[in-house]
Write a protein that binds this ligand. Structure first.
Ligand code: ZN
Length: 403
């Protein structure tokens, strides 16, 4: 069997299978179950959040042979034909490719005729804001006096471009971007069904990278599966996305708290092996420190939408608020200065070491051993001694490593 991309294979077939958008679904389900249907719906939201998926499910709900309900049977020929995209009374139009008024007229000429198979003739017009002014006028006439057997489902990423006359005749639903947590849970469900092994952190990374779009998340997941060719691990997804592995970020903050310069340099060394996008480290650190600072003042306001609630609460308790502010400020400045550094890596290292140097109670001691000139950062980092608190332990480590 040929490979089907995940976004198509896992396109939701019922409202229950939809990821997120519960506020929209609830309204639609109530309308369907209580037979209070409007003749025109407008779904707005950024790409890949489920606009056309909801519209197609709605088309099934309206035309299922078992009757109008929020739970179409999925087995009758109407349900199956809609899923396969060959139901004669579901007319799908991509307005981006049919902007001319003749196209719209031709389309709307048939509105008056009764549906040939289903209960309703459903017009699904995607990217409806692309229609020309004349096309909108043609559409408007039909929206003003729609025949009872017709439903319009309009979808757009840009509702601002729709004439108010059209907007006012539609029930409008704005779909929200999904949180990384919602996307993570959705991907988890799919991978479990697909029997593909994964580390949860890897899915959080994809969830964050998808920036709210389920479709983007599934496309990334497809690519990640071929990239990893095996279990999806945190580290591999990190190098695939070019983002910093969240665990490394936690360890960096741990090292800042412990004022352990050696650990910091070792972590940067690890990162340099997997993700060459050093700027993303400061970005990730900035947004993390921001959440830590918020957690310190309003711990109950912290959600787990980024999957890091536990870590943040721990770090928030372990760091004085002024240190968080100081690190944030230094990271912000370091990001600004990055283009002036000799290279990104040294820029990041200096920024992080500056955080330690300016930490109120912990200036790192002078190196106990002279720096070697091997150029290998791992050996040179080992000669940097740790701060007073962790010194004894660092000494011990050095001894064991030298043997
Ligand atoms: Zn059905």
């Amino acid at each position: 069997m040929s490979y089907q991309v995940l976004a198509r294979k896992w396109r939701p077939r019922s409202f229950k299978e939809m990821a997120g958008q519960s506020h929209v679904l609830k309204t639609l389900i109530n309308a369907l179950d209580n037979d209070r249907l409007h003749h025109a719906y407008l779904f707005t939201g950024t790409r890949g959040v489920g606009k056309t998926s909801i519209a197609r499910i709605l088309a099934r709900c309206l035309n299922c042979e078992e009757g109008v309900s929020s739970e179409p049977c999925g087995k009758c020929s109407a349900c199956i034909e809609i899923e396969e995209g060959r139901f004669i009374d579901l007319i799908e139009v991509d307005a981006a490719s049919r902007t001319k008024v003749e196209d719209t007229r031709e389309l709307l000429d048939n509105v008056q005729y009764a549906p040939s198979r289903g209960r309703y003739k459903v017009y699904l017009i995607d990217e409806v804001h692309m229609l020309s002014g004349h096309s909108f006028n043609a559409l408007l006439k039909t929206l003003e006096e729609p025949p009872p057997h017709v439903k319009f489902l309009l979808a757009t990423t840009d509702p601002q471009k729709l004439p108010v006359t059209v907007l006012s005749r539609c029930l409008q639903f704005s779909l929200k971007n999904l949180s990384p947590e919602m996307i993570m849970n959705h991907l988890k469900f799919i991978l479990e069904q697909e029997k593909i092994e994964f580390e949860e952190g890897a899915l959080w990374q994809i969830g964050r990278a998808a920036k709210g779009s389920v479709r983007d998340a599934l496309t990334l997941l497809d690519q990640a599966i071929s990239f990893c060719d095996g279990p999806l691990t945190d580290a591999e997804i990190g190098s695939f996305l070019g983002t910093i592995d969240q665990n490394i970020l936690y360890q960096l903050v741990d090292a800042l708290i412990a004022e352990d310069a050696q650990a910091i340099l070792e972590l940067i060394n690890t990162v340099s092996a997997q993700a060459p996008d050093f700027a993303s480290i400061l970005e990730a650190l900035l947004s993390y420190l921001h959440r830590v600072a918020v957690a310190q003042v309003v711990p109950e306001g912290l959600d787990n939408s980024q999957g890091d609630k536990k870590q943040i609460l721990e770090h928030a308790a372990a760091m004085p608020a002024e240190n968080v502010q100081l690190y944030y400020q230094i990271a912000l400045k370091g990001r600004e200065d990055l283009p002036f550094a000799v290279d990104d890596r040294s820029g990041i290292e200096m920024t992080l070491l500056r955080m330690l140097a300016f930490t109120p109670r912990g200036v790192p001691n002078k190196p106990a051993v002279a720096l070697t000139k091997t150029g290998d950062s791992e050996t040179s980092s080992e000669t940097v001694s740790s701060t007073a608190g962790a010194e004894a332990e660092a000494e011990k480590k050095k001894v064991t490593r030298n043997h």
